[in-house]
Design a protein around this ligand. Structure first.
Ligand code: FAQ
Length: 312
């Protein structure tokens, strides 16, 4: 019977149909989505920390207002994504527990420090740029609640990318030599970690084949990374910054830019918990969870009392 349901499920996927929460789905499809969507949600929430670090030090009121809005958007993205994951039958408490105990992953990129104001612009340009490249195809993910969440997330993410680019362009065109050097230094530090955001190379990506078969992923890690490099080269030229890769050059035969080797040992080290800021990031999340306990307790006690009054 299961084989029959499986065949029907595969046929729906092949026909490009979307899967809704109450539809039958293979256990492994559900598990893969819970893993990917919850990790995506955690990335949004942990991703608030590096930039949040600069809210009190933004150089102007305008930049501060933009940054506040951006970081709030990221909280919103995390919340939609936790809700999308909950439709698969996993509780938010279980997901957060997995984050706080280090059992769940979040994007490697958020384990790097934000050392200067230019880092905020570079996160918008490169990190949000990479996030959009990866997320636009997820708007067509076969699991409908995830796809629907991604549509709004991508719209906001595009604004985030533009504000970062505009902030860097202002520093590069109207800035002092010291400000331009600050931008270049930030680009030098964030370029390679941004390329790592797309995940391991296709031949070392254990989840890709099945996720592509099921329409959870629509493009491979390497395909999206290449699209990102090609777009970033043009944008770097407009900004007047150099990308820190001597092997980066146009390959007319391939119709793409070739680029240098990524340090995958650094990637796995950071994913494994030993990046520059992993401990600090996790500590900040656990602290926020503990500090918020009284609010959750009070809200629960109030809800219980309301229910009791309602029943009486
Ligand atoms: N970091 O077999 P694959 C944002 C793990 S954007 C950490 O290729 P998959 C917006 C992977 O989980 C960032 N771990 O895996 C923002 C797997 O481990 P597992 C978030 C990584 O899932 C911007 C193992 O390696 N975006 O937050 C990473 O098929 C600015 C093997 O890898 C998303 O999450 C990594 N970079 O492909 C916020 C997008 N890469 O779970 C604030 C949705 C791989 O088996 C400021 N996710 N791993 O233990 C995806 O598209 C996919 O999950 C990939 C990985 C492409 C990330």
């Amino acid at each position: 019977e299961d084989a029959e349901r499986m065949a029907r499920f595969d046929a729906r996927i092949d026909a490009g149909e979307y899967i809704e929460p109450k539809d039958w789905m293979p256990a492994h499809y559900r598990k893969t989505l819970v893993r990917q969507i919850s990790q995506h949600a955690h990335s949004e929430i942990v991703g608030m920390l590096p930039e949040g670090n600069w809210i009190t030090r933004a150089p102007t009121l305008k930049r501060k207002a933009i940054l506040l809005a951006k970081v709030q958007d990221e909280a919103g993205h995390g919340l939609y994504l936790y809700s999308a994951a909950e439709t698969l039958g996993v509780s938010r408490d279980a997901m957060l527990d997995a984050l706080h105990t280090g059992a769940a992953k979040y994007s490697s990129i958020f384990n790097y420090p934000t050392l200067s104001w230019a880092d905020v612009g570079v996160i918008g340009w490169l990190v949000d740029g990479a996030a959009i490249m990866n997320q636009v195809p997820i708007c067509r993910c076969s699991y409908a609640p995830y796809a629907r969440a991604m549509i709004r997330v991508c719209r906001e993410e595009s604004f985030h990318q533009r504000q970062g680019f505009e902030s860097l362009l202002t520093m590069m065109t109207d800035g002092t030599p010291a400000q331009r050097a600050m931008v270049q230094d930030a680009v030098d530090r964030w370029w390679w970690p941004s390329l790592m955001m797309f995940g391991p190379p296709d031949d070392q990506s254990p989840n890709s084949a099945q996720s592509m078969r099921w329409g959870i992923k629509r493009n491979s890690n390497d395909e999206l990374r290449q699209k990102f490099v090609d777009a970033a080269v043009e944008q770097a030229n407009v900004l007047g910054v150099a990308l820190p890769d001597p092997a980066l050059r146009w390959n007319a035969a391939r119709g793409h830019h070739d680029f240098g080797a990524i340090d995958w040992s650094e990637f796995w080290r950071v994913v494994g918990g030993d990046g520059p800021c992993n401990r600090e990031r996790l500590r900040a999340r656990v602290q926020a969870w503990e500090d918020g306990a009284w609010v959750r307790d009070a809200a629960l006690a109030y809800a219980r009392r309301q229910d009791a009054a309602h029943e009486a």
